[in-house]
Design a protein around this ligand. Sequence first.
Ligand SMILES: Nc1ncnc2c1ncn2[C@@H]1O[C@H](COP(=O)(O)OP(=O)(O)OP(=O)(O)O)[C@@H](O)[C@H]1O
Ligand SMILES: [Mg+2]
Length: 380
Amino acid sequence: MADPVSKRVVIETKLYYNENVTNYVAFHPEDDILLDTNRVEILNKYVATEFEIISHPTVTKGAMALNRYQRKKYHLKKYHTYSVRFCSAKQPSRTLFDIINERFALKNKVGGMERVFEEIFGDVLLPRLYPQSFVSKADISKTRGILLYGPPGVGKTLIARTTCDILNVKPKIIRGPEIFTCMLGESEQNIRNLFEDAHNDQQTFGSNSKLHMIIFDEIDAVGKNRTQNCSVRDTVHDSVTTQLLAEIDGMLCLDNILIIGTTNLIEAIDPALLRPGRIEKVIKIELPNKTARSAIFNIYTESLIRNGALNGDVDINNIISRTEGMTGAHIEQIVRLAVHAAMRRDILERDKFDISEEEGELLEICNRDFVEALSKVSYN
Ligand SMILES: Nc1ncnc2c1ncn2[C@@H]1O[C@H](COP(=O)(O)OP(=O)(O)OP(=O)(O)O)[C@@H](O)[C@H]1O
Ligand SMILES: [Mg+2]
């Protein structure tokens, strides 16, 4: 009897007594069931008692052996048949990200964002992508906003765009500061215009309205923490923030909008914007660690490798370890600069500018091109 969630198997087996076995439950080493078992419980009449497990060649196949002390302590009787539960601590073989990635090929576009996409899917996208036959039963409203915050160049806008691709929606993309114009009241009107299509669709098509997405880059500019100051500039900023809140709240019964904001300055954002029901899903995007940098490097060298233009002397591990503290944008830049370095090197080596297509075809990016590229990248 297999339980796929807990990965447990229950069998019935005879208790087998063996003086040589101490402190353990023992099973015959050829029992397949032991392969990924790391804990075994005997389901006694009263309790499930847990034992450590060993394989023991003197034990009859399929039986188990306990020492005398254990038998006494747990009131287990020799030669009785007991139910035994085998528990495996093995993780489910695939993570949510693995399954998402198989469907949406995320790893080809965004490197090292397993946790981020699991969060975006788990908390925002699933109610839109899971069968509505279930979702409608729960009658929950759908999350209307995601905020991605973190240092420049870590892939926030890329994640936002990729999320739109997943949902197959062409987003309106707006940089926060673009909302502001000199004319009085026009900035607020610009905010209203952004939401207008979603409002109209909702009125015309109701729950059948298609999804509208808005990517707000630098959302801190339009969702600025409202101040007590009274300068004209502050007043405009405050009323733009208020307008944005009003638009999102106006959507309260609307499920046809998803806003993705990105910012470097989360502390500058009005907390009211981030409360549940508004842009409630807040995700920090960190600098990539070594594994993530390696994944990003793979994305940007994929074409070079596929086309046989990466020389075998390239020491990828060494390059990655020298990118500590860099962002995805830096890694993309390094690959680009290495390609430039290779072309420059080829011209110098051939000592001529006019290189034929056939000659160019032979050029490969070498380790020293990457070393040169690394020396040119500046970061904090
Ligand atoms: N994890 C990543 N995987 C693949 N490419 C990445 C990754 N992170 C950054 N990049 C690349 O770096 C560049 C900058 O990324 P992006 O514009 O998404 O950064 P950002 O976090 O929005 O920065 P900013 O805060 O300055 O707007 C893009 O060209 C993107 O392709
Ligand atoms: Mg950005």
